[in-house]
Design a protein around this ligand. Structure first.
Ligand code: G4P
Length: 524
């Protein structure tokens, strides 16, 4: 096997998605402990309470006490090279969160057992489904009284429209939590109320050992439930999992911790390694000897002292060597990738080599855009354009001082290029309208316009709007639009309509049935 194939087959690149407070930070920290990247619990979590602020690269992050940006963590685990991409977990998450999902090969979805599926999980899940990303589910907080496991699985199947396969099954919960039946490993994992787990093979239970357990009524009833699941439940299919059609479900507690090791071992053994990716010229194999990759995120001022920009690149084929020359597919220009970093939590280490699945940070001399493809050799292709994700909050933006319109335009142009916020132009008035996935992006935008471009900006809210794109093949009749259904152009000059609310959207649909309205969440 070639070195490249060998390296690619070791890569497990994934993101953890969840609604805020479901336990993403706690679970991530557990995984970093397992991977020996940190030595004690509390290192990552402390960040929230201000004890650990080195990754708070922007003032605004410090003020809000949250992580605006996402980083990459990597470590070796058994024979694998694990890359975890962090996704901003706050309610005000951004398009970056969505885009991060384009750079991973699988996703771990955390669900709080006391709450079930929450809004943010649903949004991120939809993106995974659109892209066919395999999803592994971890139902967290079993050490608390939560909802019935069957009820949670039913909700996942109904709301998310994905088949579930419980890899393990909990016995009791909260104070009565005894452990899990590990259906996959054919063992009972006993919860001892501390970090030690006891592994009891099914065989030993059948032999009549561990009487104190087997005579417990909850244990006994759950054993019957598991037998029923084996008989009447869904069959496990790794193929369906890898196609994103079935999700293996694990129960546990990230805090206890309990069930984390079993979850992680099984996940790592099943999660896909980097797959071939579609390009404008067909499919590119991850072990193709020529390097290629795409930029999914651009971040400015990670180090306020240097005011630099870092582009996050997902390697899709070949081998990245520091200092290599590559071609930027969009312009045909050749660039030397001299400064490359691996963004590990807050520290930056220079990367000498990287393979498909790896994420590297490269110095951006203001040359890159989100979605750019970098290639080595004679190839002429681009990776499938990153999808545009629909913003939810829209505001008109103007410069407080009209004399500053030059800086204003420059600032908007650059910040829009970084992709945290989208720019639209009102067709009638030509005014600038910003669209973002969350409110926080406006604070970030305002802050950066003032600090980096010296322009104070004002926002005029036009409320939460429902964006629908028009079919570029259809003629646009401008007389159909007004304030309630605002006709705008996006940065690619495509027309879209910002509907004031669901009612305005439905009214328009009923009265103009021949006009196609495209919901970006439903296409692809
Ligand atoms: P997030 O990154 O998804 O936002 O969640 P995070 O890990 O910060 O967890 C949110 C809260 O839930 C934290 O409590 C955390 O300790 C708790 N938690 C996480 N996993 C479990 C679990 O398995 N069981 C229980 N009982 N709780 C869990 P907090 O009080 O909000 O924060 P802190 O004071 O512990 O920092």
């Amino acid at each position: 096997m070639s070195t490249i194939t060998n390296e690619v087959n070791k890569r497990k690149t994934f993101a953890i998605i969840s609604h805020p407070d479901a336990g993403k930070t706690t679970l991530t920290e557990r995984l970093l402990l397992v991977g020996n990247l940190i030595r004690t619990a509390g290192t990552v979590k402390g960040k929230k309470s201000g004890k650990f602020a080195t990754s708070d690269w922007m003032e605004i992050e410090k003020q809000r006490g949250i992580s605006v940006t996402s980083s990459v963590m990597n470590f070796e685990y058994h024979d694998f090279q694990v890359n975890i991409l962090d996704t901003p977990g706050h309610e005000d998450f951004s398009e970056d969160t969505y885009r991060t999902l384009t750079a991973v090969d699988s996703v771990v979805m955390i669900i709080d057992a006391t709450k079930g599926i929450e809004a943010q999980t649903l949004k991120l899940f939809k993106v995974c489904r659109m892209r066919g990303i395999p999803i592994f589910t971890f139902i967290n907080k079993l050490d608390r009284e939560g909802r019935e496991p069957l009820d949670l699985l039913e909700e996942i199947e109904d709301v998310l429209q994905i088949e579930t396969y419980p890899m393990n099954w909990p016995v009791g919960m909260g104070k009565r939590f005894l452990g899990i039946f590990d259906r996959h490993g054919k063992q009972f994992v006993k919860y001892n109320g501390n970090e030690e787990e006891t592994y009891i093979p099914y065989e030993d239970l059948e032999k009549g050992m561990h009487e104190n357990l087997t005579t417990n009524a909850t244990f006994d009833a759950t054993k019957d439930e598991v037998a029923l699941l084996d008989e009447a439940g869904n069959d496990f299919s790794l193929e369906a999992v890898l196609q994103g059609e079935q999700t293996p479900v694990f129960f546990g507690s990230a805090l206890a911790p309990f069930g984390v090791n079993i979850f992680f071992d099984t996940f790592i053994s099943m999660a896909p390694t980097p797959k071939p990716r579609k390009t404008t010229e067909g499919v590119m194999q991850p072990n193709n000897p020529d390097f290629s990759g795409f930029i999914f995120k651009i971040q400015a001022n990670m180090n306020p002292a240097h005011r630099d920009r870092v582009a996050f690149l997902r390697v899709c084929s070949g081998k990245f060597d520091r200092g290599m020359s590559v071609k930027l597919a969009r312009t045909g220009k050749t660039l030397k990738l001299a400064q490359s970093q691996q963004i590990i939590a807050s520290t930056r280490e220079t990367v000498e080599a990287a393979f498909a699945g790896d994420i590297i940070g490269i110095y951006d001399p203001n040359a890159y855009q989100i979605g750019d493809t970098l290639i080595e050799g004679k190839h002429q292709f681009e990776y499938d354009e990153l999808p545009q994700f629909p913003p939810e909050v829209f505001k008109k933006v103007t410069a407080k001082n009209v004399m500053k319109s030059k800086q204003f335009k420059k600032g908007i142009e650059q910040l829009v290029q970084e992709g945290a916020i989208q720019l639209f132009r009102d067709k009638r008035t030509e005014s600038y309208i910003l669209g973002a996935v969350g409110e926080l992006q406006y604070d970030v935008f305002k802050y950066r316009m003032e600090n980096e471009y010296n322009v104070e900006v004002m926002f005029d809210t036009i409320g939460d709007r429902i964006p629908r794109w028009l079919n570029p093949e259809q003629q646009v009749d401008e007389s159909l639009f007004d304030e309630r259904r605002m006709l705008c152009r996006d940065r690619n000059d495509n027309y879209l309509v910002l509907f004031q609310n669901e009612f305005a959207l439905n009214w328009f649909k009923e009265n103009n049935p021949s006009i196609d309205l495209i919901d970006l969440f439903e296409v692809n």
